[in-house]
Write a protein that binds this ligand. Structure first.
Ligand SMILES: O=C(O)CC1=CCC(=O)O1
Length: 262
């Protein structure tokens, strides 16, 4: 567990595995989650990769910072964190809003990026209307008011039926996030559109999506993959929006095959 002041905001980060001889893989999590969502995935990647995770501002144990934010603010935080830990180049896997953050990071500092994995994300996520409705509900009634609906897009009906304790735990993770940080990141999502930037991505890119993702469905994610030159596209079976929790074995295998490719 480590903390660093980056761009005036204290960020919580951790190397889940660290070996000086291994290349670095940075995992960037989604809206309403903290970096613990990546833990089920780690064992299968630990041998070959130094894995760096962090809580974006307004989430987990990171400070709120000045609200509202843009996706570029989140990306500049990640760039600052990489400088702080001395990482000059890495592979990046971004989940949902994390995928937008790594698209922004690539636009700002492509020299930091060896490979990109875009997981359950797109060049544009949601609409003005959908984000405005969510922002108004959360501001008025808090995260409890949206939690059951969000769980339906995060996880499949099978997960709801068979993993009730896990479902309860991840729901608690969501409702314990800062309302201000959550809303500020919804505003960042509402304003973000990387459609014109996706065709300019020149590093090897893997795009993956859960087959039952209710937030960024396979068709939407595939449309972004189609914009990126030579991007690989894979569907994870039996997963909603958060495959690192629901199908960590499948995601780890796809990641390992892709990042270990020469
Ligand atoms: O929580 C959701 O509705 C799913 C989601 C959208 C953007 C993100 O990061 O997660």
């Amino acid at each position: 567990m480590a903390f660093a002041a980056i761009n005036g905001t204290v960020l919580h980060y951790e190397y889940l595995t660290e070996s000086k001889s291994n290349p670095v893989l940075v995992l960037v999590n989604s809206l309403g989650t903290d970096f613990r969502i990546w833990l089920p995935l780690i064992d299968e990647l630990a041998e070959d990769w130094s894995i760096l995770v962090y809580d974006k501002r307004g989430h987990g144990l990171s400070d709120l910072g000045t609200v509202p934010y843009s996706i570029e603010d989140h990306a500049r935080d990640l760039i600052g964190l990489l400088k702080h830990v001395g990482v000059k180049k890495a592979a990046f896997c971004g989940l949902s809003v994390g995928g937008l953050i790594v698209q922004s990071l690539y636009k700002l500092k492509p020299e930091l990026v060896e490979k990109l994995i875009l997981c359950d994300t797109a060049a544009k996520v949601g609409t003005q209307e959908s984000w405005n409705t969510r922002i108004a509900t959360v501001q008025e009634k808090g995260l409890e008011a949206i939690a059951d609906g969000v769980m339906k897009v995060w996880f499949t009906p099978d997960f709801h039926a068979k993993r009730k304790a896990d479902l309860s735990g991840y729901r608690t993770m969501l409702v314990r996030q800062s309302v201000e940080g959550y809303v500020a990141t919804c505003i960042a999502l509402r304003e973000a559109d990387y459609t014109e930037d996706a065709p300019k991505i020149e590093v090897p890119t893997l795009v993956v999506v859960g087959d039952q993702d209710g937030s960024t469905p396979p068709d939407l994610v595939k449309a972004t993959a189609d914009l990126i030159p030579d991007a690989e596209f894979e569907i994870i079976k039996g997963s909603g929006h958060i495959p690192c929790v629901e199908q960590p074995g499948q995601l780890a295998e796809l990641l390992a095959d892709f990042i270990n490719e020469e």
